[in-house]
Design a protein around this ligand. Structure first.
Ligand code: ARG
Length: 400
């Protein structure tokens, strides 16, 4: 009888390398290693040979970048999704897509089990497993890090040496890092003390604001229905546009974030993020919305942004609620077409200008010059009626 197959979400790091051998022995199974490309820097050739040398029977490399940008990142941007008003959700957005890619390979290869390398304290286990349960409830899920005997990195390294598992010779990074095109999440080490300022070596791509150039970078960002399509007048594919903005932002020290956030499992954690493109795009997108959205839509959308961010963070991407919110968001985005000019300078982003064919800004109404067309006299009657309720209240309730 042929062996059962386990699909492993593989990154090439220590945990997922040790996992391959550990699972193979424990379940007497064949291992199918799957790596998704979400735009992180990595050596693909290396991963293939490494996973096979570690004991996997096959390796699948899935390029998810375009889909990640068009179906995940742009939706989050249009929704204005920033978790607890800060985090652009890079890691969180990538998980459902990686989980889906793993399920797709597992079904194609006839696997009966799915595994990931997440710990029992984090959000990522929730995101992976809720997605597995939504898309392939019949497959068994194993989370080795929650159940295996290793309690330290040293023990894993000893196991790797004992079983000839190739692990990178590079010096241990003091941080736990997750990376994709929408941003980098950095935790652990000295960062666990929320009073300790992040050391310079915690940052992977951004220049410190102090060392950033003395001359600012000005960028024109064009949006069509809420989606950025061009930089400085040049049309670009989404992926290239994000890469370019990451580069410009990083060089100017833009996109460093430091927050204490509320995890799904009830823990508060301190996290450092680097997300230059996401920070710039959310800023520019919101400024364009200020210009084109009707007042009640603009103000109401804040609630939707928060709900949308929670859905992404909490791992319920594949849900009717997310689809319903997408419908709302997409209706609001029809007029979000236009140009935003921003300045990147020593860690900061400032707005230089904005315009749109759907601008609701009417200079003849706003101006204090002779060109004014606003009916000043009508204000009197308006205020009388508008303030009538309060006037009546205060007549009855003296001194309150
Ligand atoms: N706190 C973030 C989130 O839940 C990032 C977690 C990523 N993990 C890491 N290894 N830094 O989405």
């Amino acid at each position: 009888m042929s062996k059962e197959k386990i699909a492993v979400a593989y990154s090439g790091g220590l945990d997922t390398s040790v996992m391959i051998k550990w699972l193979k022995d424990k379940y007497d199974a064949e291992i199918v290693a799957v790596t998704g490309n979400l735009g992180q820097q990595m050596e693909i050739d290396n991963l293939e040979s490494k996973s096979i040398a570690t004991g996997a029977s096959s390796f699948h490399f899935v390029d998810l970048r375009k889909q990640f940008v068009e179906e995940y990142i742009w939706r989050a941007l249009k929704a204005g999704a920033l978790y607890e008003d800060v985090y652009p959700l890079a890691t969180a957005l990538g998980r459902p897509l990686l989980a889906k890619a793993l399920v797709d390979v597992a079904l194609e290869e006839g696997c009966t089990m799915l595994t990931h390398g997440c710990t029992g304290k984090g959000n990522d286990q929730v995101r992976f497993e809720v997605t597995f349960a939504s898309l392939a409830p019949h497959l068994k899920v194993i989370a080795p890090l929650r159940i295996w005997e290793f309690t330290s990195r040293e023990q894993e390294i000893a196991y790797a040496l004992e079983h000839n598992i190739p692990v990178s010779a590079t010096k241990k990074n003091p941080y736990s890092i997750d990376e994709n095109i929408w941003g980098i999440s950095i935790e652990c080490g000295v960062l666990e003390d929320p009073m300790v300022a992040p050391p310079e070596d915690a940052f992977q791509i951004t220049t410190s604001p102090e060392k950033a150039p003395d001359t600012p970078t000005v960028v024109d960002i064009e949006f069509v229905e809420g989606v950025p399509v061009a930089l400085d007048g040049r049309q670009m594919a989404g992926l290239d546009l994000i890469v370019k903005l990451n580069e410009l932002g990083a060089r100017n020290g833009v996109g460093r974030l430091d927050m204490v956030e509320n995890r799904v499992v009830g823990i508060k954690s301190r996290e450092i993020y680097e997300a230059p493109a996401a920070t710039i795009l959310h800023f520019a997108h919101r400024e364009l919305e200020r210009l084109v959205l009707e007042k009640s839509v603009f103000q109401y959308k804040k609630n939707i942004s928060q709900d949308y961010a929670n859905i992404i963070y909490n791992g319920t991407w594949f849900s009717p609620m997310r689809h319903a919110l997408d419908a709302f968001v997409n209706v609001t985005q029809k007029p979000v077409t236009g140009l935003v000019r921003v300045k990147l300078y020593k860690g900061g982003i400032s707005l230089l200008g904005r315009n749109s064919p759907y601008s609701l800004y009417n200079e003849e109404l706003a101006t204090y010059t002779e060109a004014d067309t606003y009916d000043h006299k009508a204000a009197e009657g308006f205020i009388k009626i508008y303030g009538l309720g309060l006037k009546t209240f205060h007549e009855v309730n003296k001194n309150s």
